[in-house]
Design a protein around this ligand. Structure first.
Ligand code: SF4
Ligand code: SF4
Length: 257
């Protein structure tokens, strides 16, 4: 019985890695749909590009699914996970995680200012700047793609697990905002939102969950609060799967909702 449960756990992480790996393989083709530069280029002419639509979709998606995209689908997350075997040290979260807002806020203000200058939203073109919907189709795009991938990879290698998620990711603030919206909506109605719930009384403080957390969160401390609601939790499920006491589990609704 125990072995069956163990196999189920291993299967979940295998499936997650396969999905993230496939996304990474497709990344040269999907690159522009995650780009922060393409929206700025489009905004000059008032065009809503594919990546703007993807960012807005992820904002809405995260209201119900938290940051599950970051661990299960994001190709840039998968790039960083490649370093996990060689670089196990945690990212210094003290101030580092705030850097992403210094990237995101000026970018957002610039984007809105450009749309305003263009006289507002003029048109929608999901495939803007792509060729037949594909992103990396010429040498310049291939060079930019390589630089971006190497940047994400090196940051993680130099500064600890998922360093780029913490520090430079321009997409994560959209999802963090979605999580806050979700929290506010739950004060009015019991909407479903994927999260982690805990049974603190069963915790034996072994620290395995904390060691396994790719986002370097103090999981052991978070467990004490009954829900793990941290804005940087990417719902990878590693803590759920390594805990021998079944202290942490996925859930949709909260007891208080
Ligand atoms: S792995 Fe489980 S038992 Fe160990 S510290 Fe984390 S929650 Fe507690
Ligand atoms: S707290 Fe658990 S689910 Fe969230 S990022 Fe850390 S290991 Fe993954």
């Amino acid at each position: 019985m125990k072995q069956k449960a163990q196999r189920k756990i291993l299967m979940r992480q295998k499936i997650r890695k396969v999905i993230a790996g496939l996304s990474l393989i497709l990344f040269p083709m999907t690159f522009y749909y995650f780009s922060p530069v393409i929206p700025l280029q489009g905004a000059v002419a008032g065009i809503v590009t594919g990546s703007v639509i993807v960012f807005l979709f992820l904002f809405v998606f995260s209201i119900f699914m938290g940051r599950v995209f970051c661990s299960w689908i994001c190709p840039a997350g998968a790039v960083q996970d490649l370093t996990a075997e060689s670089r196990q040290s945690p990212f210094p979260r003290k101030y580092g995680h705030l850097i992403k807002y210094l990237v995101w806020l000026p970018w957002l203000v610039m984007l809105l200012a450009m749309y305003r200058r263009a006289g507002g939203l003029q048109s929608v073109n999901f495939f803007y700047a792509t060729r037949l919907g594909l992103s990396t189709t010429d040498l310049m795009a291939a060079i930019v793609y390589t630089i971006v991938v190497l940047t994400f990879f090196s940051l993680s290698l130099l500064f600890g697990r998922r360093a780029a998620c913490h520090s430079i990711c321009w997409i994560s603030p959209f999802m963090i905002l979605g999580k806050y919206v979700s929290k506010s909506l739950r004060t009015f109605a019991p909407i479903p939102s994927l999260h982690l719930q805990t049974r603190p009384e069963s915790c034996v403080s072994c620290g395995r969950c904390e060691a396994a957390c790719p986002m370097s969160l103090q999981v052991q401390k978070l467990v004490e609060k009954k829900y793990i609601d941290h804005s940087d939790c990417i719902l990878c499920g590693n803590c759920v799967d390594v805990c021998g006491k079944k202290t942490i589990s996925f859930a949709w609704f909260r007891g208080g909702d």
